[in-house]
Design a protein around this ligand. Sequence first.
Ligand code: ATP
Ligand code: MG
Length: 424
Amino acid sequence: MAKKIQAVRGMRDILPGQTPLWQFVEDTARRVFQSYAYGEIRTPVLEMTELFKRSIGEVTDIVEKEMYSFEDRNGDSLTLRPEGTAGCVRACMENGLLHNQTQRLWYQGAMFRHERPQKGRYRQFEQIGLEAYGMAGPDIDLEVILVSARLWKELGISGLELQINTLGTPDERKAYRTRLVEYLRAHQDRLDEDSLRRLETNPLRVLDSKNPEMTDIITGAPSLMDDLGEESRTHFEVIVRGLEAAGVDYVVNPRLVRGLDYYSRTVFEWMTDLLGAQGTVCAGGRYDGLVEQLGGRPTPAVGFGMGVDRVVAVLEELGAAPTDADPHAYLVLAGDQVQAPGLVLAEELRNLLPGLRLQVNCGGGSFKSQFKKADRSGARVALILGEDELRQQQVGVKWLREQRDQVSLAQGQLAAFLKEEIGE
Ligand code: ATP
Ligand code: MG
């Protein structure tokens, strides 16, 4: 036998038993985004490698070691997108969506990062994200965070912690950087290898370390809040006061810096303690510098990305029952003569009852084997069409999950009956 080919490491199949939960998250997100008048944008999975180098930053985990990059047949360096923001900005610039106008956008799709696979961390994962362009004030930061808070409410997820911080303006960050480097140098002997490297290249990212041995050093680090000017301070205040007014709990975490380079002022993360080390289910913030960095005019921007894999895992941990996708009814077709009329009858029922989930027995089989399949399908009733029923324009109805007598119904009454019994 030929050797079986397996899925790429870190990339998963999501099977029909699991997809209802994914669809629940995706449908809910779409509905919530629409309720804030955000429009969907779809961008390619592949982009020029340069886009990510210039936006995410060379000295980041993603660009340093996580990207799926390769040369295509023309010798262009392409990369499977590791996140959604860069492509979204690129698309908006290319299509003139940022010129003298504001934009509220959302996207959904697969992202790719070559990381060590573990629970909540995969090499292909799904993000649903949201971006708002052209608005500089704290009101839109607040709105974006409120969208995420509503998402959890609509998904029935409670117990997430909102952590928020401000990174100030680039100038304020520079001042802070000097103080931070001083502090880190003083504790150089306790820094791990990654942090030593970052100390030279991108010291703020030392605060983003996942190494538990670094926790003490990070906790003792100076706070960027002390370097904030009046404007940044007010910007931040408006957001946290707004969260309070809206009844959204938050924790100010002065060490929250986020892994990507393009953030300014507001950053936030929604954390769970249900998934071990992979605690962040959604992360975002303001990135006013990015559009200019990519060659556009300075454009204020704010957004977030939510890890759908992790949100689904949280729902599973919370014991969320996936929305029922089993068929309501299974149509048993007894005899060769009834195959085609059976499929036609099923079409008519679906015309009359758009919510009906009806599975038709295909491939024939004995009465017994068809009932076995009907039972396994999860359907509540079996509809039986044999040659007698066909002649008499009737259908037999047998309940599969409860003790009730089998009945015969005129085909014309079937839709009304199903509507009543199944509530569709
Ligand atoms: P982490 O610190 O967990 O590596 P990150 O800072 O790299 O996350 P972002 O780039 O902010 O993550 O991506 C936004 C969200 O996407 C994360 O909060 C997380 O929920 C999800 N995410 C990121 N990387 C992965 C991955 N490899 N597998 C599954 N989900 C992921
Ligand atoms: Mg990461």
